[in-house]
Design a binder for this molecule. Structure first.
Ligand SMILES: [Zn+2]
Ligand SMILES: [Zn+2]
Length: 89
């Protein structure tokens, strides 16, 4: 991940985590809750227990890391497990 992507990610995700009035929604289907932010492009999608848009995003784009917005943990779709990356927001 280069510096450019780091900055894009921070801008996109900080918008959701620092502004409680602006409820985050899935960019694809508009659901709120169980939301994941792509660590590569910052795009927000709902999880596999909702409509699974973040999973679709991984399949379409190959962006394999997603941040769970509620816990701020990172999921690795390729390994299908949690990735221990510290994300400073
Ligand atoms: Zn969705
Ligand atoms: Zn992405």
């Amino acid at each position: 991940m280069g510096n450019y992507n780091d900055i894009v990610f921070c801008v996109q995700v900080c918008r959701y985590t620092n502004n409680p009035d602006d409820e985050p929604k899935c960019g694809a289907c508009g659901k709120s809750g169980d939301l994941w932010a792509c660590l590569v492009c910052g795009c927000v999608g709902c999880g596999r227990y909702a409509a699974g848009c973040s999973l679709d995003h991984w399949r379409e784009s190959g962006h394999c890391y997603a941040l769970e917005l509620t816990t701020q943990r990172v999921w690795d779709y390729v390994r299908d497990g949690w990735e221990f990356i510290f994300v400073l927001l």
